[in-house]
Design a protein around this ligand. Sequence first.
Ligand SMILES: [Ca+2]
Length: 341
Amino acid sequence: MNPRSLRPTTRRLVAATALAALAFGAVTLPAQAAPSVQSPQFAAAAVVAAPAKADIRSNDYPENAWGAPASYPGVLVLSLPANSGAAGFAYSWGEIPAPSTDNSLSHLPPNFVKATNGEARITQPTNLGSGPKRLTVKLFDRNLGYVGATAYYEYFVPADVPGAGPSRREAENVAVTVTAGRTASGKTYGKGSISFKEADKASSTGARRYLLATGGNATHGPEFAFPFTAEVTGAYALGASLAKAKNFGKLRFFVVDAKGKRTALVDVNTAQAITFDGYAAKAQRAYQPLGGLTLAKGKYRLVVKVVGRNSASVSRTVKKVADRGYAGAVDFLTIVPLYKT
Ligand SMILES: [Ca+2]
């Protein structure tokens, strides 16, 4: 039987149940908890917390942050959830189109894309303009019927700023200078110089700048300075894509100008220093927005300082140096020009 033919009936049943609950003002949901004979299938379904949905990520557009400018055809990566039974994705920056009546995956209509090895890469059209963007993604099965739940991904696209530099800079391609704190030593390891599979896997291009610190606090933490140039005088949104791992410490961030004037990057709501806790039991990527600054045209350094560690962070020995849980990794920096001033 074609599974699609079951769906409208199922939908009607669900709708009818919901309407019945509304009509009687019921607080408890009727008929959901206790079928007369509990089958193993029902028992298994009951423990599933939520229907599967697409995972969405993008190095060009970090979630809930400023990303690539309007004229840049940035890429978003869609991933199938495990064991979803889905074949691909329907996506839109507006309304999701209705499923096709054509049962062939080889004749996918626009805004439908088949998954290859569980993933699909889509490019944002350059005619969407600037402003907040919300990508909506649904999963479809081999009959081009929708399955699972709807996923959303929100981000901000700035207008193009003529003459401005790139908005994303890979940390492994930047010559970093290191200042060791009084209580700690600091070393850097560049692209390919060290085996660190967890951070690699969580990085945009499979490479990152590894920060080896063995200690640190707010006063004497080791500092890793990433130079960058503001090509135009204007407002910039800053951020960093970092990795989390079980041996990573806590970081704070500063911008230092050519004369050495230092600006701490703070949360605009609390005026407190932004502190990134790099600890996670399982290695993963994490994007940290770093607020906005007005920068005069010129040379700067974005300084990442190790200021502590989570009590759960564990020591890892790399190149015969035990990091004591104070290490870190920077995947890329976003220095996004918003407008000229
Ligand atoms: Ca990188």
